[in-house]
Design a protein around this ligand. Structure first.
Ligand SMILES: NC(=O)C1=CN([C@@H]2O[C@H](COP(=O)(O)OP(=O)(O)OC[C@H]3O[C@@H](n4cnc5c(N)ncnc54)[C@H](O)[C@@H]3O)[C@@H](O)[C@H]2O)C=CC1
Ligand SMILES: CC(=O)[C@H](N)C(=O)O
Length: 373
């Protein structure tokens, strides 16, 4: 290709933005030289022999946290038990170990990650490893390493091996100068936590690799996720999970956010379904690579009122954690997910009343709730 034409296309690629509606990398990777780690060009896209119709081979990083085990079980129903590999740096509980393939993987160890992808012929990668907002503030250097350096390793492995890559972002990728009610997909993003900064970095790097190397990067900004059978990993929205555990266990709950703190939230089933749906969406339906998704938005007081309908004896008190409160006060109150709804048909199933009954019913007949009903 004549040099002038290549340069013209490079300039065009640099001027494009996801907002302009371009739906494919403007410049294919073959015009742009080698992959990010200078792997020889012919080593790119090992997996191109896998067509869309082929069986996916899935790797989940950071899979032992609040969301990963649920994601593995959801994806195993779709792709088969042995085709979904859960990984983490922690030792899995027995029921997880027995439920399907599990391997050790530290995302800071690039060679180990590459070996896993190659040996297991991975085609799709769900990158869940992270330090969340509150624990991130308590250990900034570890959060920087895991959330930023780890992401670089994942991006490189994914680009080199032609993987489809899902990286979750968060409501925490916005900050006090973003519009908060509602928060659109594209607006100012100046978060004040290392977690938020690292997630904006992930969004931008993923989109850069998409345009620059053709990496099939897909990203959803999750609200606070509420799950019944897994514990949250140290975030600002954790209270909305803990209230259920405490309500059924001892009928008392001390909330670490103020009663009127409004945040977007979602039940885990909606979150996992959205994740698979965006991964399976035809590329041409995606006008962007990073989407807000939303389901409901409530305050601790509103959540407590809904729980009280089922557990009238529940006592809720407030003891505000200033770190979490400052973070929550800088985050979106309502999330605008109209682009996800328009482009790939996103619809949530769970609003607050369904969330509360589902969470309380999960704990079964021996719970205080069931006894009270
Ligand atoms: N749970 C939520 O409400 C939300 C979660 N997300 C995102 O979803 C993803 C999963 O979230 P959770 O499961 O809640 O997180 P979590 O904090 O519960 O779990 C994260 C996992 O990462 C693992 N990890 C830490 N360092 C690692 C390393 N060096 N190598 C490999 N694994 C490592 C941890 O052992 C842990 O099991 C994260 O990226 C998070 O930012 C986004 C928005 C909301
Ligand atoms: C909303 C999130 O990203 C997470 N749950 C946190 O509170 O840090």
């Amino acid at each position: 290709m004549p040099v002038v034409r290549v340069l013209r296309r490079v300039a065009c690629w640099m001027l494009q933005s996801p907002a302009c509606g371009c739906r494919a990398p403007v410049l294919p990777s073959r015009f742009l030289g080698t992959s990010p780690r200078q792997i020889p060009m012919d080593a790119n896209f090992h997996s191109t022999s896998f067509s869309e119709a082929d069986q996916q081979r899935v790797l989940i990083t950071g899979g032992l946290g609040q969301l990963g085990v649920g994601l593995a079980s959801f994806l195993r129903k779709r792709f088969g038990k042995d085709n979904v590999i859960l990984s983490d740096i922690r030792k899995p509980p027995e029921h997880v170990f027995l439920s399907g393939p599990f391997i050790y993987s530290d995302i800071l160890d690039y060679k180990n990650l590459r070996e896993i992808v190659v040996n297991n012929r991975i085609t799709w990668l769900f990158h869940y490893s992270a330090l969340l907002s509150a624990v991130g503030e308590a250990n900034v250097s570890l959060a920087r390493a895991v959330n930023i350096t780890g992401l670089h390793n994942v991006l490189d492995v994914a680009a080199e091996h032609g993987l489809r890559l899902f990286v979750p972002s968060t409501i925490g990728a916005f900050g006090p100068t973003s519009p908060r009610n509602p928060t659109p997909d594209l607006c100012i993003q100046r978060p004040r936590t290392i977690y938020g900064v690292s997630k904006v970095h992930a969004e931008l790097m993923g989109e850069y690799y998409y345009y620059r190397y053709g990496l099939d990067f897909r990203c959803l900004r999750y609200p606070g996720i509420i799950s019944a059978d897994s514990q949250p990993g140290g975030g600002t929205t954790d209270y909305a999970v803990q209230i259920f555990h405490e309500a059924v266990k001892n009928g008392r709950f001390e909330c670490n956010l103020k009663p009127d703190t409004r945040l977007p939230m979602m039940y885990i089933d909606d979150c996992l379904r959205a994740t698979l749906e965006v991964m399976e969406a035809p590329a041409e339906s995606l006008s962007m690579r990073t989407y807000n998704i939303s389901a409901m938005s409530f305050t601790p007081e509103e959540l407590a009122q809904e729980v009280l309908k089922h557990v009238p004896e529940l006592q809720v008190t407030y003891s505000v954690d200033p770190v979490r409160q400052a973070i929550a006060d800088s985050w979106p109150m309502n999330f605008d997910d109209s682009n996800a709804r328009k482009d790939w048909g996103w619809r949530h199933d769970f609003d607050l009343p369904e969330l509360v009954t589902t969470m309380l019913n999960f704990h079964g007949p021996e719970s205080r709730v069931a006894q009270a009903n």
